[in-house]
Design a protein around this ligand. Structure first.
Ligand code: PLP
Length: 388
């Protein structure tokens, strides 16, 4: 059976060249990067080369990169590393749970957190951030690109406000890295998170950019790895893979590959909107990363559509999280003002480097047929009500 994977915001396949770069570090080059002998020097050198590559992706100095176990740890380190009990933090209602639950933890520690809203397109108003800053505000943490909708926040403007008010600015760029050009100095951020497996690197490795001079307390206690910012023996194969993935991402951006990706995404979107009634794009009208579209298919249960498409070979996802046996509507889509039944009827399609025109054709043909079949079976779908 033909299988097409359009769930690259969940995770991306490892590129063959990334796997090849990692391969020697699983067996042949096994040294602990902290050892002073030959074996340690080999892996230390590889780790430092990877640090340069990641710094190249973000436009910073290699010494400002801290390797972590992924995006979740990078977000936790950024937030818990700079905020102290009694501080005030500003975030948004559409953040990933790595940020939202770190903020919940801060609230339990006696911090105050303001969750700024988004508009119907999923955008934060920078003036809301400006209005909410107070003397005790220590950190603004607003994501660069949303994982469900792909919507890009006005992070440069938010960075400017944070700079003017002398507040640290962290941005979760896990879904932006490799999909848009990033320059930490243009963004004006002090902290920025990325994750290997979202840019065709390995799972279980990520990085936090920490601007020189940022006062960051570690969240792990142990050795003095990563300049005492993140204790624990380095995941050398993972770090080497992240470095290679960063190099490939920079080359792709320079070649202009992103324009092709947004063309493919637009083709899927346009074909579905043209052929299926009672649909719409969540986040339309906002700037978005080139690989993501989130579409609502009214009168359909998103989970049912995901399963029906999977049975035919297409992997996509809903933004919904299953908690306590009940399918909760996506917090991102409901924060954008979507009624819960529309949020539950929404699907995310996300492209990766491996996708091609045939994949786009396959999805564009399969989705309208499958939606029609499910709607035929649906007691809530009333054609006369829709067409009248
Ligand atoms: N932040 C965003 C926006 C994400 O999409 C994800 C993963 O889905 C994370 C953070 C967490 O990254 P990781 O899976 O590397 O822990």
């Amino acid at each position: 059976m033909r299988r097409v994977y359009l769930d690259n915001n969940a995770t991306t396949p490892l590129l063959p060249e990334v796997f090849e770069a990692m391969r020697p570090y699983f067996a042949e080059h096994f040294g602990n990067a902290s050892s002073i002998h030959h074996h340690g020097q080999e892996t230390r050198a590889a780790t430092e080369r990877a640090r340069e590559s990641v710094a190249g992706l973000l436009g910073c100095k290699p010494s400002e990169i801290v390797f972590t176990s992924g995006g979740t740890e990078a977000d936790n380190l950024a937030i818990l590393g700079v905020v102290r009990a009694g501080d005030h933090v500003i975030t948004s209602t559409v953040e990933h749970h790595a940020v939202l639950n770190s903020c919940k933890h801060l609230e339990a520690m006696g911090c105050e957190v303001t969750y700024v809203p988004v508009d119907g397109r999923g955008l934060v108003d920078p003036d809301d951030v400006r209005r909410t800053v107070r003397p005790r505000t220590r950190l603004v943490t607003i994501m660069m690109a949303n994982n469900e909708t792909g919507v890009l926040q006005p992070v440069e403007e938010i960075g400017k406000i944070a700079g003017e008010t002398d507040v640290y600015f962290h941005t979760d760029a896990v879904q932006a890295a490799g999909k848009v050009a990033i320059d930490v100095n243009r963004l004006g951020c002090d902290l920025l998170s990325i994750s290997g497996h979202k840019l065709h690197g390995p799972q279980g490795v990520g990085a936090l950019y920490v601007r020189k001079g940022t006062v960051l307390e570690p969240i792990f206690y142990g050795g003095s790895h990563e300049r005492s910012r993140r204790a624990g023996t380095e995941n050398v194969p993972g770090i080497v893979g992240l470095g290679k993935a960063a190099e490939v991402a920079v080359e792709a951006i320079e070649r202009g590959d992103l324009a092709q990706m947004s063309e493919m995404r637009d083709r899927i979107e346009q074909k579905i909107l043209a052929e299926v009634e009672a649909t719409g794009v969540n986040g339309s009208g906002a700037p978005r990363v080139p690989n993501t579209t989130n579409i609502h298919f009214d009168y359909i249960e998103g989970e049912a559509l995901v399963i029906a498409l999977d049975l035919k070979g297409l992997a996509v996802s809903t933004g919904a999280a299953c908690s306590s046996g009940a399918i909760e509507p996506s917090h991102v889509l409901t924060a954008m003002g979507l009624p819960s039944e529309i949020a539950r009827a929404s699907l995310r399609f996300s492209l990766g480097k491996q996708n091609n025109a045939e994949d786009v054709q396959f999805a564009s043909d399969l989705v309208p047929q499958t939606v029609a079949r499910l709607r035929d079976l649906s007691p809530v779908y009333n054609r006369t009500a829709i067409s009248s």
